[in-house]
Write a protein that binds this ligand. Structure first.
Ligand code: MLT
Ligand code: ZN
Length: 475
């Protein structure tokens, strides 16, 4: 019996996919990475996950955990070109899809927690929490497909990090199948626990290189029935940080999101997806601010915008007056990723960088300067989480005949931008993980001793090196 047949006899037909059925799991969302695998294996329980991990450990087969496959860094598909056995004969990985383990196990409003399997989508968790009068705060455009397991693996961020933190700040406990098949039951619901190393945090952001997360206890927050957003035209990037400070000062802890929207993106998203342009006034940049609270927020939002306008930081604003209007503003925001808007996005340089927030303006200028120097015909485009210093910037060719000259300078462009990011004290990976995309570029970001410590953790938890190899840790 082959290895795959053995898995099939243990998990049944629905548990093992091969051929055309497996193909969608082998290419990452942006189409940048396609890998090979012996099979896509879909356990339906922690018991079956253990069985698969044990089988892989004894056969020396690599395990590539996968959630909704919405990742941006190629962390959840087998590594390109590095996943064949030592004779180069056959793929050596399985994709371990958590898609069948998607149950909401329990909602516990009195504890302010929800316990879910790793394959539950972010949206399903949000809805279950809302049903119990609570809020699960992490949120981003791919909410309907992205899963809790994938979000934990990348320490995902999204639009509400400013107020509620990244996934790291929203995980209280985990259940993990370790590389040798042991199950670590760390499903605790404690807000405070100083009893030694915080092991759950090792698995957050580890991109499946240390073990397979099968369940999580997530933190819930008070529901915020009163929410209002405004899209404000800003007088320039210099206005953004004073504006954020003003918003925090006038609106207390109720500033939930503070997102940069460039006019080129706004215009393109409205045209492409037939959305109404929310305000007539034109500016190079807008900021999408959202307040949410247990109490009405519109007076404070209005007062903040008036003061911002008096200070000259805001030149015009569209304030959402109905829920529908609010949804329309956020629908535009969800469409801003380059792969939604620009045909040639796959050729571009795409950044998930963050810098200390007081340095965002000069950093943005520096990226543009480097792009203008090396690729003067290319188009530079940035949007997103400016309140966290994490703007997704892209440098893209704009027509087919620009692709070849752009590709000729792309590596140098990346290198120069990476160097600038480090010089600004930034990170190449704010919320999308390292995966395959950044693995060769990330080393300079941290001192050698830090990578050595991470490698020591990896060696301790996965001595055989079967958990998602060729990802995350620099070669
Ligand atoms: C976003 O903020 O919309 C996502 O991180 C997606 C992206 O960066 O393209
Ligand atoms: Zn983002």
């Amino acid at each position: 019996m082959t290895f795959v047949d053995g898995l099939r006899s243990d998990l049944g037909e629905a548990g093992v996919l091969t051929g055309a059925d497996a193909a969608p799991y082998l290419t990452g969302q942006r189409g940048l990475f396609t890998g090979e695998a012996l099979a896509v294996v879909r356990p339906a329980s922690v018991k079956e996950t253990v069985l698969v991990v044990r089988a892989c450990a004894s056969a020396g087969v690599f395990i590539v955990p996968q959630g909704g496959n919405t990742g941006m860094s190629g962390g959840a598909v087998p590594a390109t070109g590095a996943d064949r056995d030592s004779h180069g004969l056959q793929p050596q990985s399985i994709v371990l899809s958590m898609s069948r383990m998607n149950r909401i196990v329990s909602v516990d409003p009195d504890r302010w927690t929800i316990t879910v399997e790793a394959g539950a989508t972010i949206e399903a968790v949000q809805q279950a929490a809302a049903g119990a009068g609570r809020l699960f705060a992490p949120d981003w455009g791919a909410r309907g497909t992205a899963t809790v397991g994938g979000a934990i693996a990348t320490n995902a961020g999204g639009n509400n990090v400013l107020r509620y933190g990244t996934l790291r700040d929203n995980v209280l406990g985990l259940e993990v199948v370790l590389a040798d098949g042991q199950v670590w039951d760390g499903l605790r619901a404690l807000r405070k626990d100083s009893s030694g190393y915080d092991l759950k945090q090792l698995f957050v952001g580890a991109e499946g290189t240390l073990g397979v997360v099968t369940q999580a206890v997530l933190r819930l927050r008070p529901a915020t029935p009163h929410a209002q957003s405004a899209l404000a035209a800003v007088s320039g990037l210099d206005s953004l940080m004073p504006l954020l400070e003003l918003a925090e000062a006038r609106c207390g802890g109720d500033v939930t999101a503070f997102e940069l929207v460039p006019d080129v993106g706004l215009e393109r998203a409205c045209k492409k997806f037939s959305l109404a342009r929310p305000l007539e006034a034109r500016a190079e940049f807008y900021v999408l601010v959202r307040l949410s609270s247990t109490e009405p927020v519109s007076d404070r939002l209005g007062a903040f915008l008036d003061e911002a306008s008096d200070s000259g930081w805001v030149t015009d604003a569209a304030v959402a007056v109905t829920d529908e209007h609010e949804e329309r503003l956020w629908a535009i925001r969800d469409e801003l990723p380059a792969m939604r808007l620009w045909d040639l996005h796959e050729h571009g340089v795409k950044l998930d960088t963050a810098v200390p927030i007081d340095r965002f303006g000069p950093y943005h200028d520096e990226v543009r300067r480097i792009a203008a120097e090396l690729a003067p015909d290319a188009f530079t485009y940035g949007f997103g989480h400016v309140g966290d210093g994490n703007v997704h910037m892209y440098v893209l060719p704009t027509s087919d005949d620009q692709v070849a000259p752009f590709l000729a300078v792309r590596d140098e462009l990346r290198e120069r931008i990476d160097e600038a990011t480090f010089a600004f004290g930034g990170t190449l990976s704010a919320e999308h993980g390292i995966g395959q995309l950044l693995r060769d570029r990330i080393r300079q970001q941290k001192p050698a001793v830090e990578w050595d410590l991470m490698q020591a953790v990896k060696n301790a938890l996965d001595p055989q090196g079967i958990m998602n190899p060729h990802k995350t840790l620099p070669p």
